[in-house]
Design a binder for this molecule. Sequence first.
Ligand SMILES: Cc1cc2nc3c(=O)[nH]c(=O)nc-3n(C[C@H](O)[C@H](O)[C@H](O)COP(=O)(O)O)c2cc1C
Length: 351
Amino acid sequence: MTTTTDTTIAGLFGLSLPVVQAPMAGVQGASLALAVAQAGGLGSLPAATLTPEALRHDLAALRERTGSPINVNFFCHSPPTPDAEREAAWRHLLAPYYAEFGLDPAALVAGPARTPFSHELADVLAEQPPAVVSFHFGLPASDLLERVRATGAKVLSSATTVEEARWLQAQGVDAIIAQGLEAGGHRGHFLSDDLDAQAGTFALLPQIVRAVHVPVIAAGGIADAAGVAAARALGAAGVQVGTAYLLCPEATTGPVHRQALTADAGTTTALTNLFTGRPARGITNRLMRELGAMRGDVPAFPLAAGAVSPLRGKAEATGSGDFSPLWAGQNTTGCRAVPAAEITRELARGW
Ligand SMILES: Cc1cc2nc3c(=O)[nH]c(=O)nc-3n(C[C@H](O)[C@H](O)[C@H](O)COP(=O)(O)O)c2cc1C
């Protein structure tokens, strides 16, 4: 740490360390957020799959255990219009796998709920305001955003291009997360679907730093103290790290996911839209290899998940990750099965 902390996110959010634990829906809850907060970083609670009641419960539990700042993260996609033809074609494509597992392809299964930020969720924030609220896929409608601002929370969102960073700054965000292509999980893009317009972290970060005057948080491929030092050298005000926390005991990463992260053969990742309908980076598995990781004919986000989830359930029951979204970034070298506090402190040594 240096004496210039007030220009970093440590100063902005009142943290000891300029490290944000990336919100990671599906693989963590309040325990990971708490461990990072207690270590002096910004712990994040992913709320994309939480009902208002579950969010209320988790925020109360966190508040009971720590007075440190917490980030609550929401998706803000437009809810999709179901398309029966697209859904039927998707099920037809998956039919051989359904047959392999003896599943009925006509059975309708709702995928894991991923709901955009709403007034019901804003009600919970008004009751128990977190220090920071971050969004993925842009920002919510202005009336909703106003409600978040009214709680006093600092507002963040991810940019995958310079254009998105400028747009977020114009909406008055407090800091911008520069999400490079290396990053695990969903791409946060919202102005354009053109993945070729997106760059790696250390190409994107300095361009965004030059283009905006708000603090920029580097995300994607940062896995150790040297990566943090590199981000700082390129003008970052802090870092957001996801993949490196996936093996921590406080994360809820499932057994097949943990196994894939530690496989002897090493990990190859790719962007895929097969599991949700939006591009996200995960470890390449059978479904991605056999269908092609990116397809133009999958149902819109998040509807694609519905037809895949029974296959995932059957395969995982036999210890196989062939049909699971094994979200991970390109740099898995920081993944260690040690307490999240240790990972947080190790990352911060690079600042
Ligand atoms: C398993 C996993 C789940 C993720 N889920 C979310 C999420 O719910 N919300 C979000 O804003 N970002 C999510 N991300 C993206 C992270 O915010 C961040 O951009 C990324 O983890 C940084 O790259 P790294 O994984 O290489 O550290 C997720 C990332 C991973 C690895």
